[in-house]
Design a protein around this ligand. Structure first.
Ligand SMILES: [Zn+2]
Length: 195
C-alpha cells in the first residue's frame, strides 16, 4: 500500500508546544524570530566578555543593540544583510572592550551602536591604514591623469591649510590667457585652481 507520508512542519515561531515562550526566550524579551534571538545571545556573550554587570542589564543592552541592527537594514529585509551587520557588531564588541564600557555608562546608545557601519566600527589603526591605502590609490590614479608624480609643499590648501599636494598645468584657452594650475590637497582632497 502506497501511503503518503505527512511530515509535521518545524515550528517557525519561538513558541513551544503550549504556546508559551521558553524560559530562555523570556529572558531575552519579546517574540522575535529565532535568528534574532540567536544574535541577541551572541551579543550578550560578547558584552559578558568585558563586563561583570548584572545579567538583566546586559540582556537589555543586547536586546537594544539587536534592535538597532534590525532597524539599520535596507528594506526589503535580507537575512544576509542582517547576518553581516550582526557579525560586524559582535566582532567590534569582541575586539574592543571600550564599546561595552561606553554602553554600560550610557555614553553610547545601544540602538545607535547596532546601526554603526563597518567603517565606523573599524579600529583607529584600521581607519588610518585604510586612509593611507586610499590616498595611495588616489595618487596613483591622479598621476595617470597627468598630475605631478611627487607631492609638493609649494601650495597651501585653502581648506585645511596643509602643504601637501599634487598639481597639473591646465592648457591655456588662448595664447593671451594665463596658464592655470589645478592643485589637489592630498590631506583633505580639496581641489582648487591657481590663479
Ligand atoms: Zn586640504
Amino acid at each position: 500500500m502506497d501511503r503518503r507520508r505527512t511530515y509535521s512542519k518545524t515550528p517557525s515561531k519561538t513558541t513551544s508546544k503550549n504556546g508559551k515562550l521558553s524560559q530562555n526566550d523570556q529572558l531575552l524579551g519579546d517574540d522575535v524570530p529565532r535568528f534574532r534571538l540567536n544574535a541577541r545571545q551572541t551579543i550578550y556573550k560578547k558584552l559578558r566578555l568585558h563586563s561583570e554587570a548584572d545579567e538583566s542589564e546586559l540582556r537589555e543592552i543586547a536586546r537594544c543593540i539587536e534592535h538597532g541592527i534590525y532597524e539599520s537594514l535596507p528594506k526589503p529585509f535580507q537575512q544576509n544583510d542582517y547576518m553581516a551587520q550582526s557579525m560586524e557588531i559582535s566582532a567590534a564588541l569582541n575586539r574592543d572592550a571600550s564599546y561595552t564600557q561606553s554602553l554600560l555608562n550610557k555614553s553610547l546608545d545601544p540602538v545607535d551602536f547596532g546601526k554603526m557601519t563597518y567603517e565606523e566600527l573599524a579600529s583607529d589603526d584600521l581607519k588610518k591604514q585604510r586612509e593611507i591605502w586610499y590616498k595611495d590609490a588616489l595618487k596613483r590614479s591622479m598621476i595617470d591623469e597627468g598630475w605631478s608624480s611627487e607631492a609638493t609643499d609649494y601650495y597651501t590648501c585653502p581648506k585645511c591649510g596643509a602643504k601637501h599636494s599634487l598639481f597639473r598645468k591646465m592648457p591655456a584657452p588662448s595664447v593671451d590667457d594665463v596658464e592655470i594650475t589645478e592643485i589637489q590637497c592630498l590631506d583633505c582632497l580639496n581641489i582648487w585652481r591657481d590663479p
